[in-house]
Ligand binder design. Structure first.
Ligand code: G6P
Length: 610
């Protein structure tokens, strides 16, 4: 939520900031703004709505300067308006912020009493006033920031500029992400890696509690006790082109089409065909003398990652015979879950920054659980806080609706289940071998489905004006149905819901009327007959059926309005394939309706506030 960016160096800061904001816009797009020092004068430009509005404002009137900060907002405190857009200024202090200042009301009251005048409803403006108050009292900018942070409760990543100190940016992080990009006589800072990729691959990741002073030539980082910290410089291998649209109309479509390659990247080096082995060395510390010491696995996540977690439960329990609980992070953290040193806690997060998942992870750690993260973004907070990380190699995901990260998470979960199963001797090497062979076939099968995307486009366009769409499935495909429904509602705003088909008679079937579109996932396997019974039941009540079924199946008895055939694979790998047409269906419905596919209303990609 909210993207922040800062630059100092030889280029025109405004251009770098706007370019960075474009790459961060998926974090929020209610309003945007920049503050740039130009000829000794601070110029702030802000505008409501998408970044393009700010770009229009800057067109022909672009401040030229070598230091500046920028922000793209997802409103928390105060509606989207120009006054509430960042940067916020108090005296000589200008601030951009990602996070929430929880004690903003009391701080604001105290500052107003002292004569401070506020021009916005935001919590962020308080930070600018606090720092200004201390610099006015004669403190250096750094000391003023330290004193101000001591008064703040909440989460933040902050980039701060003092007009009187125009060669320095000050940074602070607690709870929200902040990455510094190191250049040659120029330095960059942003909420996320993609904003920096066109400029540098050398990055420094700020830790919670750290503050930093960034000039064009250097970066000085201090910990919460103000001791100097020697930061490791990491070289990021992500290709900057993967954060570009590459000729596709939307990032989401490009990311859907990238999946065959992403799958190869994710299992690559982790499977050894012909050996019956999955190579995940990261998991070794979970075994003592060959024994797994954890008697319960908790998988916790939000949104799409939670759907991946739900599929993971089916795989882990069936393959490894270990009890697995899956929870939404926002629920888990406010329950009183039973966690101890025998619990293996698995947070799943594409961004690695989701506030609820991060808080759940901290809670599990405090209660003694061993933690194993599945993350996409390298060096993200969840990745760094976990004992072990297994990365998905999906590359930067820009479309707000997650697609390639989901199938990469599924791939990693299946690999983990196979690795555990083998170590625990619950599965034979020959079975692992079969699963690996199926995994290796998936990219080719996906390519085949993508080549026929036109079929799904035609079906989607037929249903684009539907008021609602229902999804039904059973077993390991049930979470895939939930994910299909989530995709559709988030980008097309069509009401959609996924149901466990066995539950239909307990309520949902009452929704079925003549012509109600129902998408049914009917793969072969031990639930095939059961789901086909449910399909008949909804069909008998007038549902307009879109059937997803394995190639070669004949479902003559059911009158489906459309049938989408999925290449044959096994129960293990099938959820990965079934996810693909549902992503395409949602995409084509949304595109036909003309919604903003990559930046749907009210949503943001990285939910860094609860
Ligand atoms: C937001 C995104 C979703 C994502 C969810 C969890 O809601 O729009 O696409 O699934 O956050 O994000 P995470 O980064 O933790 O996977």
């Amino acid at each position: 939520m909210c993207g922040i960016v800062g630059y100092i160096g030889r280029r025109n800061a405004t251009e770098v900031l706007v370019d960075g904001l474009r790459r961060l816009e998926y974090r929020g797009y209610d309003s945007a703004g920049v503050a740039v020092m130009s000829d000794g004068e601070l110029i702030i430009k802000r505008s409501v709505g998408k970044l393009e509005n700010l770009e229009k404002l800057l067109n022909g009137d672009m401040p030229v300067g070598h230091i500046g900060i920028g922000h793209t907002r997802w409103a928390t405190h105060g509606r989207p308006s120009e006054a509430n857009a960042h940067p916020h200024r108090a005296g000589d202090i200008v601030v951009v912020h990602n996070g929430i200042i929880e004690n903003h009301a009391e701080l604001r009251k105290a500052l107003i009493k002292k004569g401070h005048e506020f021009s916005s409803e935001t919590d962020t403006e308080i930070v600018a006033h606090l720092i200004h108050q201390f610099t006015e009292q004669g403190h250096s900018t750094k000391d003023a920031i330290v004193r101000s942070l001591a008064k703040i409760r909440g989460s933040y990543s902050l980039v701060i500029m003092n007009v009187k100190d125009p060669d320095t940016l000050y940074l602070a992080k607690l709870g929200s992400p902040l990455v510094v990009g190191l250049g040659n006589k120029e330095n960059f800072v942003a909420s996320d890696i993609p904003a920096l990729l066109p400029y540098t691959r050398k990055m420094v990741f700020m830790e919670d509690g750290e503050i930093a002073k960034m000039t064009a030539d250097g970066l000085v980082v201090r910990d919460k006790d103000l001791h100097l910290v020697k930061k490791e410089v990491k070289t990021i291998t992500w290709d900057p082109l993967t954060a570009e649209k590459g000729g596709f109309k939307h990032f989401m479509l490009k990311e859907i089409f990238e999946q065959p390659k992403i799958l190869e990247d994710t299992y690559g080096g982790r499977v050894a065909p012909g050996t019956g082995k999955v190579i995940l060395k990261e998991l070794d510390p979970l075994f003592k003398d060959g024994k797994f010491i954890y008697d319960h696995i908790y998988i916790v996540a939000c949104g799409t990652s939670w759907h991946a977690a739900c599929v993971g439960k089916y795989w882990l329990e069936r393959i490894c015979r270990i009890p697995v609980s899956v929870d939404l992070a926002s629920e888990f953290r406010y329950r009183d879950p039973i966690i101890n040193k025998n619990t293996l806690f698995i947070p799943i997060s594409q961004s690695g920054e989701t506030a609820d998942t991060l808080a759940a992870l901290k809670m599990a750690k405090e209660q003694g659980a061993k933690t194993l993260a599945i993350c996409n973004v390298i060096e993200s907070s969840i990745a760094r806080l976990s004992d072990i990380v297994v990365y998905t190699h999906a590359g930067p995901e820009i479309g707000v609706a997650s697609t390639k990260a989901f199938t990469a998470q599924l791939t990693v979960l299946l690999l983990i289940a196979l690795a555990f199963g083998r170590k625990l001797k619950k599965i034979d090497a020959s079975d692992v071998e079969k699963r690996v062979a199926e995994l290796l076939e998936l990219p080719g099968q996906m390519k085949k489905m993508l080549d026929n995307a036109g079929v799904i486009k035609a079906i989607a366009e037929k249903y684009a004006d539907s008021r609602e769409v229902l999804y039904i499935a059973r077993g390991v495909h049930f979470p895939v149905a939930l994910e299909g429904a989530l995709k559709l509602k988030e980008i097309s705003y069509v009401y959609s819901e996924g149901f466990a088909a066995g539950e239909l008679k307990h309520g949902p079937i009452a929704l079925i009327d003549n012509g109600t579109p129902v998408i049914a996932l009917t793969p072969n396997g031990y639930t095939y007959d059961k789901i086909m019974n449910n399909v008949e039941e909804v069909s008998a009540r007038g549902a307009d059926l879109i059937l997803l079924t394995d190639e070669g199946n004949k479902s003559d008895s059911v009158k489906a309005a459309a049938t989408i055939y999925i290449p044959k694979t096994s129960w293990y790998t099938s959820p990965i394939l079934y996810a693909l047409p549902l992503q395409l269906f949602a995409y084509y419905v949304a595109d036909h309706k003309g919604t903003d596919v990559d930046q749907p209303r009210n949503l943001a990609k990285s939910v860094t506030v609860e």
